[in-house]
Design a protein around this ligand. Structure first.
Ligand SMILES: NC(=O)c1ccc[n+]([C@@H]2O[C@H](COP(=O)([O-])OP(=O)(O)OC[C@H]3O[C@@H](n4cnc5c(N)ncnc54)[C@H](OP(=O)(O)O)[C@@H]3O)[C@@H](O)[C@H]2O)c1
Length: 345
């Protein structure tokens, strides 16, 4: 699903957090998908004011965000990725200026009057936005729902056990830099470098992302549960998540153990997933063809493989998904939402 050919009128676009991992990817995706950008206004913190970011063969200046209506006047769509605290302040300001805010943070995702949209799964939800805000789901949740939604529609998922393998870039530019620094320190025999992650990430796996809730789950894990329910509009699916940070630069993966209400065998799942929007089946393990985050990085596909029966439950299926967290997990999903909004008129 690309914008090209859908309509010709340009849209004035703002990107808030334009210097960050997601913001820079957003600019690349806008270019690559041929989104008809008219004026482009870029915002970041005071640290970046006066710098410039490449776009469409030129350099676009970055302004310091003041969070006032005036700076969004004349803007049609604003893609926001500057952290939850900034989102809470700036999205209502963007809406007050008459633009649609597409927010990548968790600030508004579970608000009942803010749609949570994955264009391959629930595009119609984007139209119901009384507050002028559309939320982009969590990066791990997006790839999971793209893969399971068509299977859920076919045979209804009763229970889903999810273990995620999430890359350092899920914690932004600083996360990526910390993995590199800590890996070098480990190889050189120097003390660990750790600030963003709960434990040093180089040559390690850290099963602790975000704060721990009273339930024993982390906030990241709770997001997987709540957002899956909201996007699939089905609170009855039992979701049991464990989220793990792994020493990968870009690309998240997840192992999914699915229990269906009705029969679902690997052949049927294969056939459904081969037709599913946004999904690429990579599943020839005998010749080493399996999805990996490294292969998915730089692409917009949710790659799915290792599809096989789980004989421990009735109608059980195991599969593995991998996708680029900065693209389909954030930037591409946001631009696809912008395309949906732009096509409305
Ligand atoms: N990384 C992912 O895979 C991913 C996926 C989905 C959603 N998200 C969400 O997207 C958001 C950004 O993530 P990221 O990975 O791009 O982080 P990042 O690399 O740390 O970038 C943060 C961006 O926010 C800007 N910023 C920080 N404080 C600001 C302020 N006070 N005013 C204006 N701009 C400010 C930064 O500007 P400076 O450069 O000037 O500091 C930078 O452009 C977060 O809400 C995150 O949860 C991330």
């Amino acid at each position: 699903m690309t914008y090209a050919g859908a309509m010709s009128r340009t849209r004035n676009v703002a990107v808030v957090g334009a210097t960050g991992a997601v913001g820079r990817e957003t600019l690349r995706v806008l270019e690559q998908r041929g989104f008809p950008v008219g004026e482009l206004r870029l915002f970041a913190s005071a640290r970046s004011a006066g710098s410039a970011v490449p776009f469409s063969g030129g350099q676009v200046p970055v302004r310091e965000l003041a969070c006032v209506v005036r700076e969004f006047e004349g803007i049609d769509l604003a893609l926001v990725s500057a952290g939850g605290a900034i989102s809470k302040r700036v999205c209502p300001v963007i809406a007050a200026a008459g633009a649609v805010a597409i927010d990548k943070s968790s600030a508004f995702r579970m608000e009942p009057d803010v749609p949570l949209v994955v264009p391959e799964v629930n595009p119609e939800a984007a139209r119901r936005r009384p507050r002028g805000i559309i939320a982009n789901p969590n990066c791990a949740t997006i790839q999971i729902v793209v893969a399971v939604a068509p299977l859920h529609r076919a045979a209804r998922i009763r229970r889903m056990v999810v273990s995620t393998y999430q890359s350092a870039s899920g914690a932004g530019e600083a996360g990526r830099a910390e993995l590199e620094a800590d890996s070098r320190a480990f190889l050189d025999g120097r003390p660990p470098v750790r600030e963003k992650f709960a434990r040093p990430l180089g040559f390690n796996c850290v099963p602790l992302i975000d704060k721990v809730l009273e339930s024993g789950r982390t906030f990241e894990e709770q997001k997987t549960v709540d957002e899956t329910h909201k996007i699939l509009e089905d609170d009855s699916i039992q979701v049991a998540p464990l989220t793990v940070r792994v020493p990968v630069m870009v690309g998240h993966a997840a192992a999914l153990f699915l229990e269906f209400e009705r029969p679902m065998d690997p052949d049927k799942a294969w056939a459904i997933l081969c037709q599913a929007p946004g999904v690429v089946v990579v599943d020839e393990p005998s010749v080493g063809k399996v999805p990996t985050p490294r292969d998915a990085a730089g692409t917009d596909a949710v790659t799915v493989g290792r599809i096989h029966r789980d004989p421990t439950v009735e109608h059980g299926l195991v599969m593995w998904v991998a996708a680029d967290n900065l693209r389909k997990g954030a930037a591409t999903n946001g631009v696809q939402i912008a395309e949906l909004v732009a096509r409305e008129e």
